[in-house]
Design a protein around this ligand. Structure first.
Ligand code: NAD
Ligand code: WQD
Length: 350
């Protein structure tokens, strides 16, 4: 019988790319999303990103417009489908917004997750893949960051919500030997599916570097502000470990395969990154090369809360999951550009 994955938040950026790879790997997918951060044409039963995933894979999936905090609707999904594993992406993720509305973030990201875990327990499903973040490492104490780096010293309510959920998952695994939990700590996901049909579609002005650069290139935004040029880095701008979204999605498939095949119980956290750091100016240059467009930018003061440098040691994921990033910043920029230029306004048809 086919292994069925419940994907929460699957209409979003990471979820949609991951569903594509999960379907390609032969698993069945049931997706729940409340569409708070994903585009849905009025009257449509399926968000646009997932319609395109179905087209690209020639496979179908089941979608429910369900908020994780709506306990009854969520349980109805578990009643209707035999779920073997949950891949949990649903969360609010804007760092700045989380500082203004911390309760909304704690409510959605922590309460939502705890309602989900409760339903899983009641319906006898104990396999869980969690979308975690390098943000759980907080202030960087050593580089490259491996999984032994301390966690929890996070600066934003968003970051804390990701960390608190990891702690809940650890407690759950300590409380019973039924649970198998894999927490994937993403570094900086960027890029798009090489088809150019699905990609990142932020609401309003992007907070993150890559979608901002892409919108400057396509003429939606006039100029990029480079936050900080006086860091102790090779060119003074912030350094990050950018990871192609397709590599990241494949990491989830490896995690699901591990949960399906091995009987290992407990909590396991793995970094998902390339192990290489690139500066903001490196990314601008790579994007200019990939797109043939000039990216206007100005150097401005540092953004509060940013760390100077962050990059991973991702060797544990290679060892334990057999996963390694394959794609570099060239593919990240080329694929982002293909998506951006064929969908200048994202999924909305303007
Ligand atoms: P996204 O906003 O594109 O996708 C999240 C999806 O979850 C959206 O479609 C949204 O509608 C849905 N959602 C939110 N709250 C929900 C709820 N209560 N019930 C049902 N659906 C809900 O974000 P993304 O970039 O795809 O991120 C996915 C996950 O990866 C998040 O957990 C995020 O914290 C984590 N993550 C993202 C990044 C990144 O840079 N994109 C980095 C590290 C970790
Ligand atoms: C990258 C670099 C900025 C925008 C965030 C979250 C983190 C995780 C991933 C979810 C930095 C610089 C950016 C701009 C710029 N998300 N920058 N101008 O801050 O590393 O991580 O997304 O878990 O939690 O904090 O990513 O893309 O915002 O920034 O100069 O307009 O680009 O200063 O050096 P970040 P980012």
């Amino acid at each position: 019988m086919t292994f069925t994955i419940l994907v929460t938040g699957g209409a979003g950026y990471v979820g949609s790319h991951t569903i594509l790879e999960i379907l390609k790997a032969g698993y069945d997918v049931v997706c729940v999303d409340n569409l708070v951060n994903s585009f849905n044409e009025e009257g449509s039963k399926m968000p646009e990103s997932l319609k395109r995933v179905e087209e690209l894979t020639n496979r179908s999936l089941t979608f429910y417009n369900v908020d994780l905090q709506n306990r009854d609707s969520l349980r109805a999904v578990f009643r209707k489908h035999k779920i073997d594993c949950v891949a949990h992406f649903a969360a609010l993720k804007a760092v700045g917004e989380s500082c203004k509305h911390p309760l909304q973030y704690y409510q959605n990201n922590i309460n939502g997750t705890s309602i989900l875990l409760e339903a899983m327990e009641d319906f006898g499903c104990f396999n869980f893949v969690y979308s975690s973040s390098a943000t759980v490492y907080g202030e960087v104490q050593f580089l490259p960051i491996d999984e032994t780096h301390p966690t929890g010293n996070c600066t934003s309510p968003y970051g804390k919500s990701k960390y608190f959920v990891e702690e809940i998952l650890r407690d759950l695994c300590a409380s019973s030997d039924k649970w198998s939990v894999i927490s994937l700590r993403y570094f900086n996901p960027v890029g798009a599916h090489p088809s150019g049909k699905i990609g990142e579609d932020p609401n309003g002005v992007p907070n993150n570097l890559m979608p901002f650069i892409a919108q400057v290139a396509v003429g939606r935004l006039p100029s990029l502000k480079v936050y900080g040029s006086d860091y102790n880095t090779p060119d003074g701008t912030g350094v990050r470990d950018y990871i192609h979204i397709v590599d990241l999605a494949e990491g989830h498939v490896k995690a699901l395969q591990k949960l399906e095949k091995s009987n290992e119980k407990g909590f396991f956290a793995y970094n998902i990154g390339t192990g290489c750091g690139f500066s903001v100016l490196d990314m601008i240059k790579a994007f200019e090369e990939a797109s043939g467009k000039q990216i206007n930018y100005e150097l401005v003061p540092r953004r509060p809360g940013d760390v100077p440098t962050s990059y991973s040691d991702a060797s544990l994921a290679a060892q334990a999951l057999g996963w390694r990033a394959r794609l570099g910043i060239r593919e990240m920029c080329e694929d982002t550009w293909r998506w951006q230029r064929s969908n200048p306004h994202g999924y909305a048809k303007l």
